[in-house]
Design a protein around this ligand. Structure first.
Ligand SMILES: Cc1ncc(COP(=O)(O)O)c(C=O)c1O
Length: 226
């Protein structure tokens, strides 16, 4: 695991970083963390325009996806559109920063917080983008998801999950203790360390390191996303 790659993510988010095999894997984990115990039919609100992976990962994690309308010019969703799809079963809302575009997410994040809905920002297409107020894209998220596949901004392969909310870090440790423990991908971190700027690290750190993982590839519950 590379501390310089972690530092670049922590500088934008704080929290804990897990490098994994794909962005899809990071999404799957994010959904697993947002689920509450006893949930048998959780729902997630996703933008209606995006690649299929976030919705597929949601279904794989046992969610019913509900699609929020998007702006026809930008393809980004909004608080109003999300609000129209939220129900008592909603456990997560995903905002996708499509094609590097960002939006002011303060109100949407507050809306989710007030309802104990986990707010996930998918930054697969917006690594390094800035919010309208100059903060890094992802600054409002409870969970931030990255992809480094060959069509993305950094194409070293793999993905990352950044856990920005302390309660979810604890939930992640519980998840790690299950019979299918995810393993961090140190290869992804090493590749990223070559590509990313290296700001000073904030609080937080590597979940994978905390869990004692070093070199094995991340293995999700199913082989579909490896
Ligand atoms: C918005 C978005 N989220 C998630 C993913 C999934 O990333 P990966 O291909 O690394 O699984 C992609 C890209 O394919 C994407 O465009």
């Amino acid at each position: 695991m590379s501390s310089s790659a972690e530092a670049a993510f922590l500088a934008d988010h704080g929290g804990d970083v897990l490098f994994c095999g794909r962005g899809a894997t990071a999404l799957y984990l994010a959904f697993a963390l947002a689920r509450r115990s006893g949930d048998d039919a959780p729902e997630v609100v996703l933008p209606a325009a995006s690649c299929a992976t976030p919705a597929n990962a949601a279904c794989l994690a046992g969610y019913r996806p509900r699609f929020a309308d998007v702006d026809p010019l930008t393809g980004l969703t909004s608080l109003e559109a999300v609000r129209a799809r939220v129900t008592p079963a909603t456990r997560a809302v995903v905002f996708i920063h499509l094609f590097g575009q960002t939006a002011d997410l303060t109100a949407l994040a507050a809306f989710c917080r007030e309802r104990s809905i986990v707010f996930i920002e998918d930054l697969a297409q917006a690594q390094g983008a800035r919010l309208p107020d100059g903060r890094p894209a992802g600054a409002e998220s409870d969970l931030a998801v990255y992809s480094f596949n060959s069509t993305k901004i950094l194409d070293c392969g793999g993905g990352a999950l950044v856990i920005c909310k302390p309660e979810l870090t604890e939930a992640f440790r519980v998840l790690m203790a299950r019979p299918w423990p995810p393993q961090a991908d140190s290869g992804v971190a090493a590749q990223l360390a070559l590509s990313l700027p290296q700001p000073a690290s904030r609080s937080g750190g590597s979940l994978a390191r905390a869990a004692g993982n070093s070199s094995r590839a991340f293995v999700p519950a199913t082989a579909a996303f490896v």
